[in-house]
Design a protein around this ligand. Structure first.
Ligand code: ADP
Ligand code: MG
Length: 475
């Protein structure tokens, strides 16, 4: 718009007419009325600041008629005598660009946060590796039930810590979730029942109601996954069941193996759900509990079950109750869970370990020497390489990130010396290596923190590859 010194509109373009004048011309109206529905000149009129300062000072205003942001600019036109003869007033919708700016700032923040947290996660994994390693070594040395129990608690806490660190790593690099544990479903459910007992047992007794738990838990059902995530999912489901039975009821949990699936059903005799509620149960923030709920429980459950390649099914009837049915793929009862003592060794090896963290070296060395292997260690990759040139090693275990050289480069140089050497890469980073990164260099990857079961398992796999070669040599 072009306006005179008395703020009356002399010219208005079509956009102004459409947006502010419902299609009619704005000529003759006051700009403060057309733009802001003010009967007097606006107190924050950008013309004043612009004229006073001598540079154009834009004003950003939120317009609640349109729910959008506008940037207003006045360009004064000064006559030869120095008087304001008129001014051009423009208003530009900046809602979209504001959103883009905000989004890009948010992305930058997240990426910085991701970088910081993945560094922290890496360092934490090293710390936890030593804690877990030492605990596991100590457990082999004691029969005292008190010590065993304490060590088990330390171990479990360290593992939970490791799982939290993995969450941070997933956040900074989503989609790399590793489901490595083989989990005994019965043990897991029993743990969850202990954790949730205050809600379904004690609290309900205080309220004078009875929640009666009924369990049918089969032995020897194993699923592959992340126990801390699954514990969290089962807890959410149980809490919902308890919430649905304000007057008490029966909570039954049943596990079974049907066809090729491991099944677990959580059944309550609570309020049940309407069709609409069932449809929205997995929506984040959907809750029927008002301020008592946050609506995040079941959406989290959904994500966790999906990540475990599982299925979730909700069966519910208003007034009768609800059954949440989970299905997981079966796995063979896997080797990782066989304790080192019971593991059949396929051989004793000459092992070289390289890691720039001395405590990790020592812990691994103690463990592997304990098993009877011959172990040499070094914190310097360069020194290690020259040692490996001089004498024969069956297995080299190397850290991924070390000063000067990466574990991958080192692996390549070692394989060039002797392709028969088996290379195990250990890493505290959230590994996202693809096949081509590993090809011809790395035989196994182990993430920190690792359990000795995992190391033992990998060694027995490595042994399977090494021993036939040895037998061929000797025959
Ligand atoms: P919240 O528990 O915070 O409300 P959830 O995501 O855990 O959030 O659950 C969402 C909604 O699904 C609940 O508010 C409730 O209406 C319904 N719901 C979930 N589980 C049950 C159940 N076992 N019985 C009845 N309703 C349920
Ligand atoms: Mg809930």
């Amino acid at each position: 718009m072009v306006c005179g010194p008395d703020f009356s509109i002399l010219e208005s373009n079509e956009a102004a007419n459409i947006v502010l004048g419902k299609g009619e011309t704005l000529i003759g109206e006051k700009c403060h009325r057309a733009l802001r529905q003010n009967s007097r000149p606006c107190l924050d009129c950008p013309l004043k600041d612009t004229v006073n300062s001598g540079t154009i000072i834009p004003l950003v205003k939120y317009d609640d008629r349109f729910n959008e942001y506008f940037e207003e600019r006045c360009v004064p036109i000064i006559s030869e005598t120095g008087q304001l003869s008129s001014f051009i007033l423009t208003a530009k919708n900046t809602t979209k660009s504001r959103e883009l700016e905000e989004k890009s700032a948010q992305l930058k923040k997240l990426s910085a946060l991701g970088q910081i947290s993945s560094g922290v996660a890496h360092d934490f994994n090293n710390v936890l590796t030593v804690v877990l390693g030492r605990v596991q070594l100590m457990r082999r040395l004691t029969n005292d039930p008190y010590f065993i129990k304490s060590l088990e608690m330390i171990e479990k806490s360290a593992l939970d810590g490791a799982s939290k660190v993995r969450k941070i790593q997933e956040f900074s690099r989503p989609g790399i979730k590793t489901l490595t544990e083989s989990i005994n479903l019965k043990t897991l459910v029993e743990e969850v029942l202990e954790i949730t007992r205050p809600r379904w047992d004690i609290a309900s007794k205080v309220k004078g109601i009875l929640i009666e738990p009924v369990f049918e838990l089969k032995d020897d059902l194993f699923i592959r996954g992340d126990s801390s995530d699954l514990r969290n999912a089962f807890t959410n489901i149980i809490f919902n069941a308890v919430d649905a039975m304000p007057n008490g009821g029966i909570l039954s949990i049943k596990t079974d193996k049907i066809d090729n699936y491991i099944c677990i059903d959580f059944k309550d005799t609570g309020t049940g759900m309407t069709e609409e509620t069932i449809e929205r149960i997995f929506d984040p923030f959907f809750t029927t509990k008002g301020v008592l709920g946050n609506g995040l429980g079941m959406s989290e459950v959904y994500g966790i079950i999906k990540r475990h390649n599982g299925k979730i099914n909700v069966v519910s009837e208003v007034g009768a109750g609800t059954t949440i049915k989970l299905r997981f793929p079966t796995i063979q009862k896997i080797e990782e869970k066989i304790s080192p003592a019971k593991q059949k060794y396929t051989g004793l090896f000459n092992i070289y370990i390289i890691d720039d963290e001395e405590y990790i070296l020592e812990t691994l060395q103690d463990f592997l020497s304990d098993l009877g292997h011959t172990v040499q260690t070094n914190t310097s990759p360069k020194q290690a390489l020259s040692d490996i040139k001089k004498s024969h090693y069956d297995i080299v275990i190397t850290d991924l990130s070390m000063p000067g050289i990466s574990g991958l480069e080192l692996a390549e140089q070692i394989k060039a010396l002797d392709p028969a050497i088996q290379l195990i890469l250990i890493s505290g980073w959230a590994l996202n290596l693809d096949e081509s990164d590993l090809e011809n260099r790395i035989d196994f990857v182990i993430n920190k923190p690792f359990s000795f079961e995992k190391i033992t398992y990998v060694l027995s796999e490595v042994g399977k590859k090494l021993l036939p070669a040895r037998q061929n040599q000797s025959s």
